[in-house]
Design a protein around this ligand. Structure first.
Ligand code: NDP
Length: 447
């Protein structure tokens, strides 16, 4: 078995040696899926995983725009159309200076499995730019988004590829992107998700990734007759996913101790309650400030510069910022402090070594492709509402989201249970996601 996995990974490394994040994501999947392929004749010998690691199409383009000082700026834009076996490409756009081919290919690859897990008919894709939105004026953001879409529009469409937001792309950016798409195509279609409520957006979409992560963690805790009630919860990030994860934790009786951004974390021993969270939402979403400014209003809290919050004692940890933000040392610290559950809101926030430590300690651990799938699932619901030209109520969408997260949890149990009864959610999510896509690829032949 080992040689099968090694031979496969050697080949992928040979072709993508300069893409460490992509290789990390592929390795995690290969280690759990290849043993399954070997045991199942219908998949064996068809190079199915080799086909899945090769994007169906990679688009790379120049984005030129003019800043407020009249200077011409040049950025790189990308769209990775990874796999369309079960539906049109679907996945977010990330605007962040670290964006490159490796990061986007890892995200697109994860997206294929995640979208399959949602049970909705969506293929996987991802895109973005090395553009840094931090410190830019609204007009600069608009000019960049318009320039980006003036090329991307020819590669996407409501039945081809439907992007959404991710790091650095929220409601404001989706608005500007949609405006330019509509102008160039002269059609009003559901080509992007995460749209505003008055022009085709779905209720609960902004909340969906954070809420969904907490619904998934609740399901995991239920298997141990446990819940969020009275639990200390440590959250990283202070963007879309972190904010709504915190909101849901508060609603179901947990205590939120931390939030963070790339400059450090805040620790509020009294708990970040609903009023304090509203302050954070205004600070991050409207004023576009830094998390350290929390202390100006709540001086009892602490700001720890340049660090992640995993050293704070907690029962539950929700990493909701970015990839590889929780390493082996952090994992050991969480375990030493008695953490019983880690549920990823971000994509691949835990390193491979950190995941091994969680598995060894046999705590509840959910990989992002399962636990943060609520975002794309609700994007899928937005697409359905756009096609029907209809709008479901907040409660209807929230109930559908809850059901989807419960279904994903069930799939993980089906494929992830070890002989001793421990649930390996990584294995469960990878195999469940793989089976649906692989079956569709086999049915469609070698294309
Ligand atoms: P936002 O841009 O809204 O927020 C990102 C947060 O993470 C900010 O607090 C940001 O801090 C922090 N962050 C970003 N990069 C780093 C870094 N290198 N080191 C430390 N902190 C960092 O993004 P989202 O909340 O939408 O996304 C967060 C994660 O969730 C990402 O991994 C994303 O892929 C994933 N995700 C998002 C979904 C969605 O629906 N939005 C769906 C599924 C997954 P700062 O402001 O300082 O950069």
């Amino acid at each position: 078995m080992k040689s099968n996995i090694e031979a496969f990974l050697d080949l992928v490394k040979e072709r993508n040696g300069h893409e460490p994040e992509f290789l990390q994501a592929v390795e995690e999947v290969a280690e759990t899926v290849i043993p399954y392929i070997v045991e199942h004749d219908i998949y064996y010998g068809k190079n199915i995983l080799l086909r899945m690691v090769e994007p169906e199409r990679v688009i790379s383009f120049r984005v030129c725009w003019v800043d407020d000082a009249g200077e011409i700026q040049v950025n790189r834009g990308y769209r990775i159309q990874m796999n369309s076996a079960i539906g049109p490409y679907k996945g977010g756009l990330r605007f962040h200076p670290t964006v490159n081919m490796s990061i986007l290919k890892f995200l697109a690859f994860e997206q294929v499995f995640k979208n399959s897990l949602t049970t909705l008919p969506m293929g996987g894709g991802k895109g973005g730019s090395d553009f840094d939105p931090k410190g830019k004026s609204d007009n600069e953001i608009m000019r960049f988004c318009h320039a980006f879409m003036s090329e991307l529009f020819r590669h996407i469409g409501p039945n081809t590829d439907i992007p959404a937001g991710d790091i650095g792309v929220g409601a404001r950016e989706i608005g500007f992107l949609f405006g330019m798409y509509k102008k160039l195509r002269n059609e009003f279609t559901g080509v992007l998700t995460g749209k505003g409520m008055s022009w085709g957006g779905s209720l609960i979409r902004p909340e969906a990734t954070g809420y969904g992560n907490v619904y998934f963690a609740e399901k995991m805790l239920e298997t141990k007759n446990n819940s969020f009630k009275g639990k200390d919860v440590v959250i990283s990030g202070s963007g879309n996913v972190a904010q709504y994860a915190a909101e849901k934790v508060l609603q179901i009786g947990g205590k939120v101790l931390t939030l963070s951004d790339s400059s450090g974390y805040i620790y509020d021993a009294d708990g970040i309650d609903a009023e304090k969270l509203a302050f954070v939402m205004e600070l991050k979403n409207v004023k576009r400030g830094r998390i350290s400014e929390y202390l100006e209003s709540y001086p009892n809290a602490k700001f720890v510069k340049g660090k992640t919050p995993w050293e704070v004692k907690c029962d539950i940890a929700l990493p909701c910022a970015t990839q590889n933000e929780l390493n082996e040392e952090d994992a050991n610290m969480l375990l030493k402090n008695g953490c019983i559950c880690v549920s990823e809101g971000a994509n691949m926030p835990s390193t491979k070594e950190a995941i091994t430590a969680f598995h060894k300690a046999k705590i509840l651990f959910a990989p992002g492709k399962a636990s943060n799938a609520g975002g794309v699932a609700t994007s899928g619901l937005e697409m359905t509402q756009n096609s029907l030209r209809y709008k479901w109520s907040r409660e209807e969408v929230d109930n559908k989201l809850k059901d989807i997260m419960a279904d994903i949890h069930k799939s993980c149990l089906e494929y992830g249970k070890d002989d001793d009864g421990y649930v390996d959610y990584v294995k469960g999510a990878n195999i469940a996601g793989f089976v649906k896509v692989a079956d569709a690829m086999l049915a469609q032949g070698v294309v």
